[in-house]
Design a protein around this ligand. Structure first.
Ligand code: PMP
Length: 360
């Protein structure tokens, strides 16, 4: 930055929004390796049927329309999602990952200084998007599913959006339908229910969009569907909320191939259900193994990851052994580490490293 300024007298930081100058980039390292358990991705590649369809599509000359812009209305994909969930296509919109929808919600609904209520801890992009869109974030610790504190925080008339993440990233616990409904009924703002890990937990709040016009449910193809590289997320809500959200939708946001892969993936729902059941079994297995380690505290999870706490920096230890995980350095001496559930072999390696380690 300084070097640039010295060369031509131009200081880009001076032009930047003042409130963002000290903001850190939400940078995620690009990592590849046999033990990549840091982003809650699926450990499985494309199902065979999907791979075959992709190859057939590429080989069919009629279908090679990548020189044209994609269908900006995502007609086929929205139709398939609407059918899957028993709603109308007007109840669905798609984004480049649910990240884009989280940002869209903040962009459309927040005036400068409006409040956003999030759980503490939770997925970091809610706060990032709120801040980028001039919102003020209020974090509410969630103790034993007591949602009264959330309702209290959201009763401030300047609060426009509450983000509930269920199961919550990184803690892994779900809110019950009753808890979510009591927030929905007791607040006058929008409530986003992020079900990014919903396939692992069930049930979904989607059918309740008819009862709660203030609810937006977010889902993604990045986790259970193993399509993180295609970047497809979607929102389901009352048609009016979707219409509002679409004001922020870039015209051709979702690439043709991403739309196709997600549409085909829905048709392989059966195969994905088997994978989800398998990963849930692996999660329970891993939980039981980690629970045996006396210097480690592991929380129950409804998602495809486990959060462990310990005085020892478990994340550093795993990474020294070639296992990528998500580390959350703590303010006190306790550190938290989120470990995605992988294959039996990947999980076995985690257990092997941790079982062989000393408490400090
Ligand atoms: N919500 C939650 C809770 C997440 O953990 C993630 C990804 N880590 C996302 C949304 C974003 O997912 P994507 O943009 O890949 O759909």
């Amino acid at each position: 930055m300084n070097a640039d300024r010295n060369q031509n007298g131009f200081d880009v930081a001076r032009l930047m929004r003042r409130d963002l100058r000290d903001m850190e980039n939400y940078a995620v390292p690009f990592r590849r390796g046999p033990y990549k358990l840091d982003s809650n991705e699926s450990p499985f590649g494309l199902p065979d049927a999907l791979r075959r369809r992709l190859i057939a599509w590429l080989e069919d000359e009629k279908n090679e329309d990548l020189h044209l812009y994609p269908d900006g209305a995502n007609t086929r994909l929205r139709g398939a999602l609407a059918e899957l969930w028993g709603v109308a296509p007007e109840n669905v919109t798609c984004g480049v990952g649910s990240d884009q929808l989280i940002d869209g919600i903040c962009r459309v609904f927040l005036e400068p200084g409006d409040g956003v209520v999030v759980l503490k801890p939770t997925f970091g992009m809610y706060a990032v998007s709120a801040r980028l869109n001039h919102g003020k974030v209020r974090e509410v610790p969630l103790r034993d599913g007591d949602v009264a504190e959330i309702v209290r925080a959201a009763s401030d008339p300047r609060v426009k959006v509450v983000f509930l993440c269920s199961p919550n990233n990184p803690t892994g616990q779900s809110l019950t339908e009753g808890e979510i409904c009591s927030v929905l009924s007791d607040v006058r703002c929008l409530v986003v229910v992020d079900e990014a890990y919903g396939e692992f937990a069930r049930p979904t709040m989607i059918p309740r969009i008819r009862d709660y016009p203030n609810m937006i449910v977010l889902r993604t193809f990045s986790k259970a569907f193993g399509l993180a590289g295609a970047r497809v997320g979607y929102a389901v809500a009352a048609a009016e909320a979707i219409d509002a959200l679409d004001r922020a939708k870039p015209p051709f946001n979702l690439p043709t191939l991403s739309q196709l892969l997600a549409t085909w993936a829905i048709e392989e729902w059966q195969e994905y259900s088997v994978r989800v059941a398998h990963l849930n079994e692996r999660r329970e297995e891993l939980y039981r193994e980690l629970e045996k380690i006396p210097w480690l505290e592991v929380s129950r999870s409804d998602a495809n990851f486990l959060l462990v706490r310990s005085e020892r920096d478990v994340g550093a230890l795993l990474e020294e052994n070639g296992i990528f995980v998500r580390r959350y350095p703590g303010a006190d001496r306790v550190t938290c580490t989120r470990i995605s559930v992988g294959t039996a072999e990947q999980n076995g390696k985690v257990v092997e490293v941790l079982c062989g380690a000393e408490p400090r």
